[in-house]
Design a protein around this ligand. Structure first.
Ligand SMILES: [Zn+2]
Length: 123
């Protein structure tokens, strides 16, 4: 019973990392719960979903016509309106991904520490 609970908690770590890379949360949670060691290594080596990362980091919506335009654009190619370039947002996107990985690593460290304390108390 408690082993299943621990497996379910551990499965959340690869699930969160997978979600930050644009993958299915539920599938990776199940994978992580069943094969935690394999799943955590696997999720760290897989690349981010290319379509989501390109869309979020390389383009944005035009404020006038709402068509997708390049992030660095100063003039909309669809309606010809002048727009402000937004170079800082690209770094923010990358930073979010790194912080997700840090958060997952921190959660892993807390859980392992908790398990060790729990095991010592049982003895
Ligand atoms: Zn436009």
């Amino acid at each position: 019973m408690s082993l299943l609970f621990i497996a379910a908690i551990l499965g959340l770590i690869p699930a969160f990392i997978a979600q930050s890379k644009g993958r299915s949360f539920g599938a990776w949670w199940l994978y992580g719960a069943l094969l935690f060691i394999v799943a955590i290594i696997h999720v760290l080596v897989i690349p981010s979903d290319s379509t989501t990362s390109i869309n979020s980091s390389d383009s944005r919506s035009c404020p006038f016509c709402a068509e997708p335009i390049r992030r660095q654009a100063i003039k909309c190619k669809h309606c010809g309106s002048e727009v402000l370039p937004a170079p800082a947002l690209q770094d923010e996107g990358d930073g979010t991904q790194i912080s997700w990985r840090r958060l997952a690593a921190l959660a892993l460290a807390i859980i392992i520490t908790g398990l060790i304390i729990h095991a010592l108390k049982l003895d």
